[in-house]
Design a binder for this molecule. Structure first.
Ligand SMILES: [Zn+2]
Length: 429
């Protein structure tokens, strides 16, 4: 251990109440966690082997059944919740049919209400698995969706398994929520997650850490989506182009004026990421559209960006006569912000990590990713923390996605021990 990390550990230990500092791991929990590793790896393989892209309802049904049966075998009352049409938010890319949500409920003899959240859908289309099957190489297990967030589901299932072996029932309720539309911004499950979040004291969300560090997060980004649609007039590009109104040119003209809506000081990011226009080579295009991805750290910033965006477009003058413009702005995700309650929760998590001689980083920066933790926190009632899954890399990319096998024991210990600590020690949020 280097000097700086020694002094950091010293500061962390000093800031904790003395009765809380343990010199060693809680037993028999730590031994049980270590014994669980091979079974957890088997679960990773089983989950990866069912392809479950957000639009693959057949695959989502199969993985939901597998997760539901596992929860039932662990003693949960299982519900497959079908979101009602009225609670589904229709975003521009929301499919006609959406996944159900697996809910597993455990009743204990205590009072604390704890919710564990993860998602079973992935960003990958059917067929990806054939090209990148599950495999283990050294300290890494590879597979589509293995880090984001099948590793989270595996940690939850095996944490429950350890609690069952321990005979631990000191929580009030323990609710597992696994949705299948996270990667398309949870249009169908967000209302349910919000509702269930409000019924719990604590929500532990099991996405992988966004950085490669061994961390949990108390903040995530809010995500918006700005659209710009230009309607023009089609005409023959060779015979009478002057009769047309070129929608692509008008779009380009507008975008160049709308490229400074980011605000680095407030961590607002506004980037045009998609554009399309025209139909065929020899026709003046009568249609063009673009989409901007917007990231913020505070909900009020999302409202502010929308206002500035709309005002700027209103103030613009068209370049091409005969074109019309339409603007839109979607609220895809609210940001998660740290609270006093979630900071207390994080301190408990850090103390638990110290029991096994590890240092847990806590991210409060909301460094770009958006997750369902924010929906769970929307009521302001529960303490919410994110990123309890395995450490991994390569998600949402063309690289092969993997988890670090050596993160299984510490991460499984962290979640399981946290559930026991939060159940028996309500003062520690
Ligand atoms: Zn995810």
């Amino acid at each position: 251990m280097t000097l700086p990390s020694l002094s950091l550990a010293f500061v962390i230990l000093l800031s904790l109440p003395s009765t809380y500092v343990r010199a060693e791991p809680a037993e028999p929990l730590w031994s049980l966690v270590q014994r669980e590793r091979p079974a957890l790896v088997d679960t990773l393989r089983a989950l990866v082997d069912i392809e479950s892209g957000s639009r693959d309802l057949d695959g989502l049904d199969r993985i939901a059944t597998q997760i539901g049966s596992r929860l039932a075998a662990l003693g949960a009352r299982v519900e497959y919740y079908e979101p009602t049409p009225t609670e589904i938010v229709r975003l521009h890319d929301t499919p006609a049919s959406v996944s159900k949500v697996v809910i597993g409920r455990f009743n204990g003899k205590g009072t604390r209400k704890i919710m564990l959240l993860a998602h079973m859908d992935t960003v990958y289309a059917r067929g990806t698995l054939a090209a990148r099957p599950f495999k283990i190489m050294g300290n890494r297990a590879y597979g589509p969706g293995i880090a984001d967030a099948k590793g989270g589901i595996a940690v939850i299932l095996h944490s429950l398994s350890v609690l069952r072996t321990l005979g631990f029932h000191d929580y009030g309720t323990l609710t597992v929520v696994v949705n299948g539309d996270e990667e398309i911004s949870s249009p169908a499950s967000r209302a349910l997650i919000q509702r269930l979040g409000a019924e719990h004291d604590v929500v532990l969300s099991c996405e992988p850490p966004l950085s490669r560090r061994d961390e949990i997060a108390l903040a995530t980004s809010g995500i918006g989506l700005a659209t710009l649609t230009i309607k023009g007039k089609a005409a023959h590009a060779g015979v009478n182009p002057e009769l047309g109104s070129n929608a692509i040119l008008e779009l380009a003209h507008r975008l160049l004026q709308l490229n400074d809506l980011s605000d680095p000081a407030r961590r607002i990011k506004f980037n045009w990421t998609l554009a399309k226009g025209g139909q065929v080579r020899n026709m003046i295009p009568d249609h063009a559209s673009a989409i901007a991805d917007v990231r913020v750290n505070r909900l009020s910033d999302l409202e502010d960006v929308e206002q500035r965006y709309r005002a700027r477009v209103m103030a613009q003058r068209p370049l091409i006569a005969g074109t019309s413009i339409e603007v839109g702005f979607e609220y895809r995700r609210a940001p998660l912000q740290a609270t006093e309650a979630s900071r207390a929760l994080a301190r408990t998590a850090q103390a638990i990590y110290a029991e096994i001689g590890r240092t847990l980083s806590v991210d409060e920066s909301g460094n770009g990713g958006g997750t369902d933790a924010a929906f769970a926190a929307a009521s302001g009632l529960p303490a919410v923390a994110e990123s309890f899954a395995l450490i991994g890399f390569g998600f949402h990319s063309s690289e092969e996605e993997y988890v670090e096998l050596d993160s299984i024991e510490p991460r499984l210990y962290l979640l399981t021990r946290l559930i026991t600590e939060l159940s028996i020690n309500p003062a520690r949020q």
